[in-house]
Write a protein that binds this ligand. Structure first.
Ligand SMILES: *Cc1c(COP(=O)(O)O)cnc(C)c1O
Length: 397
């Protein structure tokens, strides 16, 4: 009998009971808007921001409506606008070029390496083309952040980090999101803490953060923030910064505060699962495991592997055969955008030129989610199925 996997790749864990209780308490109070607080009450959102700032070591934190909102807000706070060029990863998800396009700016794509990180040689070659890099730590892979920052500093490039897949990760002990001028996070259901929709922006620069707070829709209530610059800083920006409404509410903040406390334990759980799948895939003929760099503290909430230089019909055959056994793989090199995945040349609103070296990687790149509802035994089974199907297709003529 062939083994079949029956778990759901989109099923996250339930919201913890104490988070549910906190959400119910907010609803009982009726004060859901972040600036609707009782006398002497800080409010869940301001407390969450304070706790997220402490978690990352940032001076300031702002909770917002989504990760994509955080990215757009970051660009606006840095003054990126119509016609400006923004460097970004060719290997990322659509909200990243979307945020760039939303402010009227134009992406300049930087290639991806076999390690699935931004190609730093390509970045160096394109460094004089823009003043801002929106760096996507796509699928949780962190590049050599020391070299990246050295390149960017030498060229006066400000870095915005898209940490949608790296909340809880670090490079040589420095949390992801703390290398660039702004770090952006998502708390959407498929990321590391779950409020359905939501996001964060962190920053140490008082002027930039004051603009971000105004942009997020603070009206003149910015003094109710606990992880924002002092009210004086807002004097210089409050008349000139538009309200691009995108706040978080107390309900979502309440459930995130509880989840943030257990994030380090959750990270350990993800990585245990990741290591089981990684070990199970190692030394499969035709399959390249994506090796993690020394110094990379990652969160294994998904795993990637490469079928490098395989003909597309064989990659498709692996996908089909795995799917028939209950294993859902995503193909970043697929010709048509599907589900959450699309390719840099799918985004016609953000035109690109051909990138053959990147195309080669994407053409062989397969991806699998590892929700915490999977057990370690599930993970071993997933690896056995992938291994068998890759071997079967690889050996076929
Ligand atoms: C999810 C995601 C985003 C956007 O986050 P949302 O909260 O869904 O808006 C941005 N970048 C990457 C890489 C993502 O995976």
């Amino acid at each position: 009998m062939q083994e079949v996997f029956t778990g759901s790749f989109t099923q996250q864990e339930p919201i913890p009971e104490d988070a549910i209780a906190a959400a119910v308490a907010v609803m009982r109070g009726g004060r859901l808007h972040r600036y609707n607080v009782a006398e002497g009450e800080a409010g869940e959102v301001a407390l969450l921001e304070q706790e997220f700032a402490a978690f990352t070591g940032a001076k300031y934190a702002l909770a917002v409506a989504s990760g994509g909102y955080a990215l757009g807000c970051a660009l606006r706070a840095l003054g990126v606008g119509h016609g400006d060029a923004v460097l970004t990863n060719a290997f990322t998800l659509a909200p990243v070029p979307g945020a760039i396009a939303a402010v009227g700016a134009v992406p300049v794509y930087v290639g991806v390496t076999e390690g699935l990180v931004i190609d730093l040689d390509d970045l160096e070659a394109k460094a004089d083309r823009a003043d801002v890099l929106m760096l996507s730590h796509m699928r949780g892979h962190l590049c050599d952040m020391d070299r990246l920052m050295a390149i960017c500093d030498a060229h006066g490039i400000q870095v915005v980090e898209d940490c949608a897949h790296t909340m809880g990760a670090d490079w040589r002990g420095v949390p992801s999101g703390r290398h660039g001028v702004i770090g952006c996070y998502s708390t959407q259901t498929y990321k590391h803490i779950n409020s359905g929709e939501g996001g964060f922006l962190i920053c140490d620069d008082a002027d930039v953060m004051a603009r971000a707070v105004m942009l997020s829709g603070s009206y003149m209530l910015y003094d109710r923030h606990l992880a924002a610059p002092a009210p004086e800083v807002f004097e210089a920006v409050k008349y000139d910064t538009p309200n691009v409404s995108g706040r978080m509410d107390h309900l979502r903040a309440a459930i995130l505060r509880v989840q943030l406390r257990s994030l380090p334990d959750q990270v350990a759980e993800w990585n245990a699962r990741y290591r089981v799948v990684e070990a199970g895939l190692r030394d499969t003929a035709g399959l390249t495991v994506v090796e993690r760099a020394d110094g990379e503290g990652y969160v294994g909430s998904s795993i990637q592997f490469l079928l490098l230089d395989w003909p597309p019909e064989k990659v498709q055959s692996v996908l089909t055969r795995c799917a028939a056994r209950g294993v859902e793989l995503k193909w970043f090199g697929g010709a048509e955008p599907a589900g959450f995945t699309s390719r840099y040349d799918s985004w016609r609103y953000a035109p690109s030129t051909a990138m053959p070296a990147t195309d080669r990687i994407l053409a062989g790149l397969l991806d699998m989610r590892l929700p915490l509802t999977f057990s370690l035994d599930d993970c071993a089974l997933l690896a056995r199925i992938i291994r068998a199907e890759v071997a079967a297709v690889y050996q076929s003529a």
